[in-house]
Design a binder for this molecule. Structure first.
Ligand code: NAG
Ligand code: NAG
Length: 306
C-alpha cells in the first residue's frame, strides 16, 4: 500500500508542478505589464515593458479591483480613443471621428455635454484621480446613474484609498456604489500604484516621491490602455517640445475651463515646481518613447514619431 501511496503522491506532485509551470509560462507570455509587479520588480521589467507582446482579450487585470465586489477589471478593446482634457480639443471637430471608435476613454470629470462636436458623446471608460472623485459626486446621477455603463477606474494614494474605513475617497466610492448599484467602479490597487511609480523611475531615472512630483491621470491612463487596447489613438495631447515651438497655440489648460491659465503656462509651472507638481513635459517624452513599441498615435496636434 505504501508504495502505491507514494506513487500517487508522486503523480500528484508532478501534476502540480506541471500545472504551475504552465500557468507561469502563460502568464509570462500574456501579461506584459502587470504580472511583473510586484514579484519580479525591476529585474525583468525592461524586457516586458518594451517587448511587443501579443495582446490578449478579456484577461482579468488584478491591478484594478471593483467596488464593492472586489473583482478584477476585465476589458478588451481593438481601438481605444483617449480624449485628453486639453484646450487643444477646442475647434478641431474631432467628435464624430472619436465617436466612431469602439472604445472612448476620458479623464476625470471632463464633460461631453456642450462639447460634442469637438470631444464626442460616448464614454466607455474614465480614469479618475482621487482628487476628482468629489467632482463626480456633485453629479452622481449623471455619472453613476442607471443609464450609464461607463467604467470608472480611480487611482489614488493608499491614504485616501485604503479599505479599512480610513480611506476618505474609498469611502465615498463605496457609498456611491451603494446608492448606484449598477455603477461600474474600480480602484487601482496599492501594488499597481507602486508599479506605476516604478515605471516612472525606470523611465526617467528619478524617484517620483523624492523628486517631489505626482503622476498625472494621463500617466495612469496610458499604462492601463497599453494593457487593455490593441491600438491607441490619443486626441489633444501636446508633445514634450510643443511649448518651446514657434507660434504654438495658446489654449486653456482644460477645454471645459475657458479663461483658465493657458496650457503651456500650467505645464511649465508644474514641470519646475520643486514639489507637488506634475511632470507633464517629462511624461510626454516618455509617451513618445512608448509609441515606438506600442500602437499609439497622437492626433490634434499630430506627433511626428520616427
Ligand atoms: C454617462 O456618463 C458619461 C460621463 O462619464 C456621460 O458622458 C454620458 O452622457 C452618460 N450617459 C448617460 C446615458 O447618462
Ligand atoms: C512636437 O510638436 C511641435 C509643435 O507641434 C512640432 O513642431 C514637432 O515636430 C513635434 N515633435 C514631434 C516629435 O512630433
Amino acid at each position: 500500500m505504501a508504495w502505491m501511496w507514494k506513487r500517487k503522491s508522486f503523480i500528484a506532485t508532478s501534476l502540480i508542478v506541471a500545472v504551475s509551470l504552465f500557468v507561469v509560462v502563460v502568464n509570462y507570455s500574456e501579461k506584459p505589464y502587470y504580472l511583473l509587479q510586484p514579484m519580479f520588480g525591476q529585474t525583468f521589467s525592461s524586457i516586458w515593458i518594451f517587448s511587443k507582446q501579443p495582446y490578449k482579450a478579456f484577461k482579468p487585470h488584478l491591478g484594478y479591483i471593483s467596488i464593492p465586489k472586489q473583482e478584477p477589471l476585465k476589458l478588451r478593446c481593438e481601438l481605444c480613443s483617449i480624449v485628453s482634457s486639453s484646450g487643444q480639443m477646442l475647434g478641431q471637430g474631432a467628435g464624430p471621428q472619436i465617436d466612431r471608435s469602439p472604445c472612448i476613454w476620458r479623464m476625470n470629470n471632463a464633460p461631453t455635454r456642450g462639447f460634442e462636436n469637438d470631444v464626442g458623446r460616448r464614454t466607455t471608460l474614465r480614469v479618475v484621480s482621487h482628487t476628482s472623485v468629489p467632482l463626480l459626486l456633485q453629479k452622481p446621477q449623471y455619472f453613476f446613474g442607471q443609464a450609464n455603463d461607463t467604467v470608472y477606474v480611480v487611482w489614488g494614494p493608499l491614504r485616501n484609498m485604503r479599505k479599512d474605513g480610513k480611506g476618505i475617497v474609498y469611502n465615498m466610492l463605496r457609498q456611491a456604489s451603494e446608492n448606484y448599484p449598477q455603477a461600474r467602479i474600480y480602484v487601482t490597487t496599492e501594488d499597481r500604484m507602486n508599479y506605476c511609480d516604478m515605471v516612472f523611475k525606470k523611465e526617467t531615472g528619478k524617484d517620483r516621491i523624492r523628486s517631489g512630483s505626482y503622476l498625472s491621470t494621463g500617466w495612469f491612463t496610458l499604462i492601463l490602455a497599453m494593457d487593455m487596447c490593441k491600438e491607441i489613438h490619443i486626441y489633444g495631447m501636446i508633445n514634450d517640445t510643443y511649448c518651446k515651438s514657434e507660434g504654438y497655440k495658446k489654449v486653456p489648460y482644460h477645454y471645459y475651463e475657458a479663461g483658465s491659465r493657458d496650457e503651456c503656462a500650467e505645464y511649465l509651472l508644474h514641470e519646475s515646481a520643486p514639489y507637488g507638481g506634475h511632470r507633464f513635459i517629462t511624461e510626454k517624452s516618455v509617451f513618445a518613447k512608448w509609441a515606438k513599441t506600442h500602437a499609439i498615435k497622437f492626433f490634434n496636434p499630430l506627433w511626428q514619431l520616427l
